[in-house]
Design a protein around this ligand. Structure first.
Ligand code: DAH
Length: 367
């Protein structure tokens, strides 16, 4: 409220100072208020409001002082007010700058404290997968045979009766077809089936390649047996075939012995029992001395000292007729192994379903 016409007195009144000397005291008051508010503005949000309150271009305290105290002041007062105002501005600026830094460091410190990595803590363990026992066994078998010059080939699981039976010297109505319990695929134009063994790849390979032939064929085979504790619809085999101009029964037996030693241990011995397969002549069942008791007799070999390994024999010359190989000039041997059986035997697995259920507790036992 203006009570005088003297412009100097009017300005002093607005400032609330009685004399020009008291102006400095008024500015000191403002400054104390600023300092108090600064102390209270201890976080980012409060600081923001505080900055706006004091330095806001339109309504900030500094603007108000400029507009109300400085601008209308008479020249003699302007000097004092100007000087005081500049000091205040400088003080406000440095204080705000310090405040900003303070708050920044504080928040940086909380972030670092929260995200700090303690290198002495144990890490998070990654669960490693392993290859399935059957896969491992396949790889072991392939290693054993590729080491002596066999190569690995694979063939179709959907076959024709020609490759699965006929060309293997199993004609229609041959009793060997009966115990194969074949899955036939119905509705197909010509008839197809799920291969009951890996032997068809003997034919497919010899059809395509000239002798010498040395192959192993790993793969799945299918039979309509009743699924129970010991049989499923699908199991795994690995087929072997070696054909050349001078392969003898000795080569066959030598290969069998080498395999048994590699697979079951260096002391393993083998024996051949006469058997029958249409595609081999003579045919044999290969037995090995028991890898558990060494032949003395134990529960694993049913106290016989021997365990059955696989079926094999010298390739029946009748088979060569189907692939246009000269039976006068060529000879060879073949074998077919049940991989699931071999794996179970070697690793002491007693139940077939364990191989197919993929229970992690089982799988983890074969890292
Ligand atoms: N294919 C026969 C089976 O599944 C196994 C077999 C026996 C394969 C003798 C052969 C062999 O190559 O020579 O029962």
């Amino acid at each position: 409220m203006t009570t005088t016409n003297d412009p100097t007195a009017q300005t002093l009144e607005r400032i609330g100072a009685k004399t020009p000397e008291a102006v400095a005291e008024k500015f000191a008051e403002v400054r104390r208020r600023f300092d108090k508010e600064a102390t209270d503005s201890s976080d980012r949000e409060r600081l923001q409001a505080f900055v706006l309150r004091w330095t806001g271009r339109k309504a900030g305290v500094l603007t108000q002082i400029t507009d109300n105290w400085l601008k209308p002041a008479t020249p003699e007062l302007k000097r004092v007010v100007g000087q005081e105002l500049n000091k205040l501005k400088a003080h406000v600026e440095t204080t705000l700058e310090e405040k900003r830094k303070e708050i920044e460091t504080a928040s940086e410190q909380t972030v670092t404290a929260r995200d700090k990595i303690d290198l002495s803590l144990p890490g998070i363990e990654r669960a490693f997968g392993t290859r399935h026992l059957i896969r491992q066994t396949f790889e072991e078998l392939q290693r054993i045979f590729t080491a002596i010059g066999f190569s690995v080939v694979e063939g179709p699981e959907i076959e024709t009766p020609y490759y699965n039976f006929e060309a293997l010297n199993i004609p229609e109505h041959h009793p060997a077809r009966d115990n194969m319990d074949t899955f036939y695929i119905e509705g197909a134009r010509s008839s197809y089936l799920l291969r009951t063994h890996t032997s068809p790849m003997q034919i497919r390979t010899m059809e395509k390649e000239k002798p010498p032939v040395r192959i192993v064929v790993p793969g799945k085979v299918y039979r309509r047996d009743n699924p129970d504790a010991t049989h499923g619809y699908m199991f795994h085999q690995i087929e072997g075939l070696a054909v050349d101009t001078d392969i003898t029964f000795c080569d066959f037996k030598g290969t069998v012995d080498y395999f048994a030693r590699e697979f079951l241990g260096p002391k393993t011995k083998t024996r051949l029992r006469p058997s029958y397969f249409p595609f081999t002549e003579p045919s044999a069942e290969v037995d090995a001395t028991c890898h558990v008791c060494g032949g003395k007799g134990c529960r694993v070999c049913k106290f016989s000292g021997w365990i059955e390994l696989f079926g094999a024999g010298m390739v029946n010359p009748a088979v060569y007729g189907f692939v246009k190989y000269d039976p006068e000039r060529l000879s060879g041997f073949a074998f077919g192994m049940g991989v699931d059986r071999l794996a179970m035997m070697k690793y002491g697995v007693t139940e077939v379903p364990l191989l197919f259920q993929n229970d992690v507790r089982f799988l983890q036992q074969f890292p």
